[in-house]
Design a protein around this ligand. Structure first.
Ligand code: EPU
Length: 434
């Protein structure tokens, strides 16, 4: 298991290039199931979750071609010969987003067998709304031995109102409805940019989707979809993570190749904290030349403050003057980083869905553990301002969603290196006796 060794104290100065959005790439890859023709996706990040999804699609019979050299972020997927419409527990347990294949498989193959994901480090995260929605589209669903089995001769359009806003639920059902007979109306949908990006891809494939990116989506089902080429949007959470790292270290950092419009709530909050922000069409510059001020934050669905930025913001709050109340409204257990930050010297009290952060307290290095993807990012950022050398264990969590984060941070002045686990030396073989 790899670890990061991080020595704090350097301001981050320079430009970091932001990659493609993991959470847009995952549904886009699942969308390839909907057609026999090749789907060419550009700006796919090279992160662990994408590798997991590739393995999943290959296990079903998909052909995958990876670009190389300058096209190394291109993936071509062809689902001409899907033979096994199943997402096995072994893969789903390592990545919940595997359930995104459920809707496309039923729509194209008429059947799917997908493992139920079970609990997760950040909350219970059921997929009942995906299942309810598929039933509304006419699928027969049974649950047995930890698997969902869904079948339908052909899905038919329906009216779905989500009881709760769900990002992958909206994506899963939007994909299913593209091949349904007739019209589907979905209300109370997620408005995340990743949903709109998926709709843009599906429309290039011949789907007829209107309203994606708003809370009401209308889908006119079509008989067949065809291949397409699509460039995945930039990763707003990776960009936001670098912006916070720049602000916290007192740096002058540019996040290039991102879409500042997708970062609205975060950038507004940082300005409230006293950070100077400059944006143009595709970059964000953060200049932190004054003492950070505390500000409360409450996570919400897009366009509100993203839950995926809550942990990183909490690290920033530990270095702001005053008390910040951080409220998590999306997941019930997403404060695992708080205790690790406390071990580094932060003053944080968690009370149910609220964390009260009293700043500013100096952070000091410690051995800390990653518990999930965004919690890990918050600890990396904390280590960048901590006194001494922090050892961060279980960095496989961070590799799920950040492409070579240590190289990107090093290129703007961070002192961070990755070390592999040191294996104990093998005992000398006993001498042969005659
Ligand atoms: N929910 C239900 N029933 C459902 C679906 C969701 O009760 O059928 C609940 C969840 O338990 C949660 C809330 O609804 O309390 C919102 O969950 P949502 O379904 O929106 O989350 P998701 O689609 O599983 C995506 C991202 C997450 C991100 C959340 C919220 C992907 C692949 N994952 O998850 O990203 O935190 O939306 O924005 O898009 C990450 O990248 O680190 C990450 C966890």
């Amino acid at each position: 298991m790899d670890k990061f060794v991080i020595r704090g104290g350097n301001p981050l100065v320079g430009t970091i290039r932001v990659g493609g959005a993991k959470n847009a790439a995952l549904p886009a890859m699942a969308a390839s199931i909907l057609t026999e023709e090749p789907v060419i996706l550009e700006n796919i990040p090279d992160v662990r979750d994408i590798q997991t999804e590739r393995s999943l699609l290959v296990s079903m019979g998909a052909e995958v071609e990876l670009g190389y050299g300058r096209a190394s972020h291109r993936t071509t997927l062809c689902c001409r010969n899907l033979v096994n419409p199943e997402a096995a527990y072994e893969l789903v347990k390592t990545m919940r987003a595997s359930t995104l294949v459920l809707g496309p498989l039923v729509a194209r193959m008429g059947r799917a067998r997908v493992s139920l994901p079970g609990g997760c480090a950040i909350g219970a995260r059921p997929i009942d709304l995906h299942i309810k929605g598929l039933e509304k589209l006419g699928a027969q669903i049974t649950q047995e031995h930890g698997y969902i089995e869904a079948s339908a001769d052909r899905l038919r359009g329906g009216h779905i109102t989500f009881d709760k806003i769900t990002v992958t639920g909206t994506e899963d059902l939007m994909m299913a409805a593209t091949l349904a007979e007739g019209e589907t109306l979905m209300e109370n949908c997620a408005r995340e940019p990743e949903v709109a990006d998926l709709a843009a891809l599906l429309n290039k494939m011949g789907a007829r989707i209107e309203g994606a990116g708003t809370s009401t989506i209308r889908i006119h089902g079509v008989e067949k979809l065809h291949g397409a080429r699509h460039r995945i949007i930039p990763d707003r959470i990776e960009a936001g993570t670098f912006v916070i790292a720049g602000a916290l270290t007192g740096g002058d950092l540019i996040g290039a190749n991102c879409d500042p419009l997708h970062l609205g709530a975060l950038l507004e909050k940082l300005q409230e904290c006293g950070v100077r922000i400059r944006t143009n069409g595709e970059s964000v510059r953060v200049i932190a030349d004054s003492q950070l001020r505390a500000a409360d934050v409450s996570t919400e669905e897009y366009p509100g403050f993203p839950t995926d930025m809550q942990a990183q913001y909490m690290t920033l709050a530990t270095q702001a003057e005053g008390t910040s109340v951080v409220t998590e409204n999306i997941f019930e257990n997403r404060f695992m980083h708080a205790q690790e930050l406390v071990r580094m010297g932060a003053n944080i009290k968690v009370e149910g869905s609220r964390a009260v952060v009293r700043g500013k307290t100096p952070l000091s290095s410690a051995a800390v553990q990653c518990s999930d993807l965004r919690a890990s990012a918050s600890l990396v950022i904390a280590a960048l301002v901590a006194d001494g050398e922090t050892i961060l264990d279980r960095v496989y969590h961070i590799d799920r969603g950040y492409e070579r984060i240590e190289e990107k941070l090093r290129s703007v002045g961070a002192q961070i290196r990755r070390i592999g686990e040191m294996l104990p030396r093998r005992a000398a073989a006993p001498l042969a006796t005659a």
